[in-house]
Write a protein that binds this ligand. Sequence first.
Ligand code: MIC
Ligand code: SF4
Length: 649
Amino acid sequence: MERNIVQKIFDAHKIYGELAPGSQIGLKVDQVLTQDATGTMTWLEFEAIGIDRVQVETAVSYVDHNMLQSSFMNADDHQFLRTAAAKFGAWFSKPGNGICHQVHLERFAAPGKIALGTDSHTPTGGGMGMIAIGVGGLEAATVMAGAPLEITMPKVLKINLTGSLRKPHITAMDVILALLQKLTVKGGVGKIVEYGGPGVATLAVTERATITNMGAELGATTSIFPSDVNTLKFLKAESREKDWCELVADVDAAYDEVIDLDLSKVEPMTARPHSPDNVVSIREIAGRKVDQVCIGSCTNSSYPAMKTVALMLRGKTLPEWVNLLINPGSRQVCEMLSREGLIADMIAAGARVLESSCGPCIGMGGAPGSGHVSVRSFNRNFQGRSGTKDAQVYLTNPVACVVMALKGEIIDPRDAGFEVPEVNEPDMFIINDNLLIPPKADISDVVIIKGPNIKDVPVKEPLRESISAEVLLKTGDNITTDDIMPAGSRVLPFRSNIPAISEFVFENIDKTFSSRAAAAKQKGGGIVVGGENYGQGSSREHAAIAPMYLGVQAVLVKSFARIHRANLINFGILPLLFIDAADYDRVNQGDILTIRNIAAGIGGDQRYEAENLTQGIVFYVVSDLNNREKGLLLKGGLLPYTKERALTK
Ligand code: MIC
Ligand code: SF4
């Protein structure tokens, strides 16, 4: 049978199941990456499962998010992660080595492999021809403990690329922005996006990685490119040609859906506030004054992108009112730029060069001023994520970012009259792995060190037979995990401390949420009601653990985003769907809902009667759990479920 790339990789990793969309499959995982903001929980969970050493080929623990270190908390977390990696057999990427996705692409990603990461932008590895999927921490911990990755087989959407980009003003960023404009933040839900067609050969690995990185914003399970001579070139330049294999779809491979995209028709695009799919061509909104520009992040941090930025800045000066912040994504890129004198060009022009970390992308510094316009080469512009609620954040390509920084206004890069050099991938990268600590063979003297801010993972009691709880909050569509569990410099340091971080749940929507939830917990707990695509965005399981800690028993919505739905189940919160979307209007905040006979419902047709006691009405809701999800939800979540299975093995 003719197969596409996804089928080829899944076939080679299949433990059980059929590769038909919608069926349950178990896959062997080769690599797992964690980052510090989600990783402390992941490694605490791994420890709680009770397995001595990671069971996957390669596990890497990165530190890249919590780098501000405004108190002891982040540094204590880094020490915990370093000692846990040493104890459990993972690589440790020290702070300063760079953003997990960029470093992973450089040093570990390999075609044909399956990788999981506790970060939603793990699909960056798809640029290398690898299936790389973002998951919650507990999912990653159980896989590192030896479990297969258990997922519902997604559909495969082929994007057939023809033509070539009109570089250098138009970049890979514009490709994914154009797709977001077409497909929206829900367009990839339940799908893997596989790129193919003659246009693929015109894109280098790092350009492909920009596209697969931001495929997360489509809601896709992951995105993947073929592995070809460009892939080999990149791996050779990283001295890793041994990791290469060719991987292309068979000529007559079948897809569930095909979309054509002519690269030569792509325009310079921008996503306007406050959603990555709020995309227009830059020319449509030109003229607005720009206060801040940020370049870098895991989306646009490659050496060619950063070198282009530096050369464009050479000999120029920023306008008085513009702040330009640059965070090269990895130490490798940063070291190469500095050895070539390119960092000097950036700082001479007036840019503020930040360390290789997530930085302003997740509100760890670099917050814009009140109402300011911030233009970023990043992947998310959700309201408040920058650290400033009324900031107007636009997303665009790095060349457009430099042009807008130098002009101080929103302008199409083709209209500014600046020379833009074309920079290619180098033949050889500088390889210096001294910030990458390999797994240790002898762990006899390794002690895991936990600072006072690191608290145990809370575990929920088994699912109740009946839930009678207050609707604590009713939200609209496309609620993000940034809305549920904000990040930024104030909150991120508490990622290892659930009691403390739970005080911030829904803070940007309703400051009283956590105190109301705590009060409701005494009377039976809470329910959150939402619209479509609830929980889009980040993989942070804190958006499930903290509500669980506050007594939330169920979340009732029109539809869920994939990773968040899994996180709710993993932490024992019942994910419910309205059968009739019109019933959404029959629930108000403050109402008391009662859902009875839960065990029988889960074992049966998964339909439940929901009685709105406040309004005296009844409607029906449904859960769409598979057998595994049913089992672990009844136990109170994945941790108690996995521990019990490990003990009874
Ligand atoms: C993000 O971009 O939102 C993050 C911060 O990288 C998250 C992970 C986290 O919340 O720690 C993600 O994308 O999963
Ligand atoms: Fe870091 Fe931003 Fe990338 Fe998330 S999206 S991993 S915060 S750089």
